[in-house]
Design a protein around this ligand. Sequence first.
Ligand code: MG
Length: 276
Amino acid sequence: MKTEFRKQQKSSSRFLLFWMKRFSAAAFLVALPLFAGANLLDEYKSGIVWPEPPVIQPGEGSAPPSDAIVLFDGKDLSQWEGGENWLIEDGVATVQKSGITSKQSFGDCQLHLEFATPSEVKGSGQGRGNSGVYLMQHYEVQILDSFENETYFDGQCASIYKQSPPIVNVCRKPGEWQTYDIIFTAPRFAEDGKVLKPAYVTVLQNGVLVQNHFELQGGTFWDAPPHYEKHADKLPINLQNHGNPMRFRNIWIRENVQSPVGTMPEGQDQGDKKPE
Ligand code: MG
């Protein structure tokens, strides 16, 4: 009798185990896609209603992008005060007599220009192939023939004059065309002249990073330490005459250079929105 009872008990245990195993497997298979689905539902979205980035056309080859303001396309220097003083030949403008100043004023910007130092090497140090790009007429990105030409490092080509030597010297040989791509953030001043935000500059020379978001200490001066002097939100660009026949071509500038972050309408900034 007892043995019969044990047999029955053993058999029901096996039966239970059999179905428990199958139930666990089925539960796992059902739960798997649910977990996967839960991950999808958890995707992070900022919830910020961004303005659509404007569509622009990149230039073919070295041509400017479609939203650029062309400051010199090889034909004339009508966009510049003093442009009549320079020689224009074969699409190239050569420094003569004076510097030139853009008629239009700019603040934050992306500036592209191409330059060549004289192929006939004359002079040395700061006297060899010297010019410069003055952003807002205050902040000089040095242009110099720094191909095997010694000078002080914070005055060589691609330096922020007397403030920051270039990260590397990537100068081409005298006479060869070189490019500057400059990204500049203008300083912000309070009414009383206090600096609210300093200026920043990033420079690529021949496609290579030579200044990386450098914080300017103020205007660049030959005879004084850098310092800020309150000025307008936008000012012209100068190309320097330093007595050398420097050549320029393909100069263009873009003004739409700030990310929409920080320019959103009230209530749309990241602090006010929760992820949806
Ligand atoms: Mg200079």
